[in-house]
Design a protein around this ligand. Structure first.
Ligand SMILES: Cc1ncc(COP(=O)(O)O)c(C=O)c1O
Length: 364
């Protein structure tokens, strides 16, 4: 097992290093006051400290189900399994299907690649295009697999957002097959122009939809979920139970309490979108100034900018940059090309973005 470059880097970098590496939200935007108040209310009740159900805290499951219904995706609390981050959701599913095979995007999320390796899932890579995945390629790939893993909304690392047309084509291909889709959507609410319907919504009986509060609220709470039809979800509950009995009851209750006032969450998400769009535009402006040879597409949501420095070995560049106090993740870490780079634009200040990119320029 290979450790994640990002998680290792996060352990070793000092406070003077400018990091474009981790997928970290902007700390200054966490709704600290409201979460503090929610936590205070939760801790007034001793029941909050008791063991809970393996499938999750019932009121939170209902709130998540309502979130889907509000988006036109019929869902009840029984369709939700709360997990310790969506990372655990993916792990649970892959344990259940271990030893089979999976079609995935190239490049893809590093944390997922590690889970696939750990569970002996045979991988079929499908190169991503601007629109998503070529539907003929998708049809061909899933002939050989049991599962497909896709991140259609502002993908990690490439920031690709599948077009509505592509989503429908992929859903049709899934319906024509026996495979099960794992749709990972931690960034779907971080859109800069408009939201998109999930693919799962078009093929609910053949899909697991993974959600998470990490990017839209706070990652340290470690609360995510799997949304699936009962037949697909039921066999997973025993795995969840064996792994950690249940996700932190305190975290689940704090989120549930916070969500009770629906207005706060809506306002918070709007604030994230506005602020992240501004940061992204600034990052792109500075990229064009300091690294004009960097080829990329401006993201329409999410937390990353992905692109290419043609002919540059970005692993070597990353090592030089580390010595100059700036870090990013080379594309090779995501099964991408050796001259590609992923930048996170949400976690640094405007000054750090400018200074960090200047340092990278001086390392070339
Ligand atoms: C695509 C994707 N899936 C899952 C995760 C894990 O998120 P969580 O904090 O919900 O476990 C991440 C985190 O960066 C991610 O980018």
């Amino acid at each position: 097992m290979k450790r994640s470059f990002i998680r290792e880097i996060l352990e070793y970098i000092d406070s003077d290093t400018i990091s474009f590496a981790g997928g970290l939200p902007d700390v200054s935007l966490f709704p600290l006051d409201e979460l503090q108040k929610a936590a205070q209310r939760v801790l007034e009740n001793a029941d909050s400290l008791q063991y809970g159900h393996s499938t999750g805290y019932a009121p939170l499951k209902e709130q998540i189900a309502k979130y889907y219904r509000d988006r036109g995706f019929p869902t009840v609390a029984e369709n939700i399994l709360i997990t310790s981050g969506s990372q655990q959701g993916l792990d649970i599913i892959c344990r259940y299907y271990s030893g089979t095979s999976i079609a995935i995007e190239k490049p893809s999320y590093l944390g997922a690649l590690n889970i696939f390796r750990l569970n002996n899932l045979n991988r079929f890579d499908m190169p991503l295009s601007q629109d998503g995945i070529d539907s003929d390629l998708f049809r061909k790939s899933i002939l050989q697999t049991k599962l497909a893993y896709l991140i259609p909304d502002f993908q990690n690392p490439s920031a690709t957002c599948y077009t509505d047309k592509n989503r429908k084509e992929i859903a049709r291909a899934i319906r024509d097959s026996q495979i099960v889709l794992i749709e990972d959507s931690p960034y779907s609410e971080l859109y800069f122009d408009m939201p998109h319907n999930s693919i799962s919504q078009l093929v609910p009986e053949q899909s697991y939809h993974l959600g998470s509060f990490s990017k839209m609220l706070a990652p340290s709470l470690r609360v995510g979920w799997i949304r699936a039809d009962k037949a697909l979800l039921s066999p997973l509950i025993a795995y969840k139970e064996a792994m950690d009995l249940h996700t932190s009851g305190i975290s689940q209750r704090i989120i549930s309490e916070y969500l009770k006032d629906g207005k706060s969450f809506r306002k918070h998400l709007q604030k994230l979108r506005t602020s992240y769009r501004k940061k992204m535009n600034f990052f792109c402006e500075k990229l064009d100034l300091y690294l004009p040879d960097f080829e990329y597409t401006r993201p329409r949501g999410g937390m990353f900018i992905y692109g290419k420095l043609k002919g540059v070995d970005t692993v070597k560049l990353a090592k030089i940059c580390l010595g100059k106090g700036v870090v990013f993740v080379p594309g090779a870490e995501f099964n991408g090309a050796s001259d590609e780079i992923r930048f996170n634009f949400t976690n640094s200040s405007f000054e750090e973005i400018s200074e960090g990119l200047k340092r990278i320029k001086s390392s070339l």
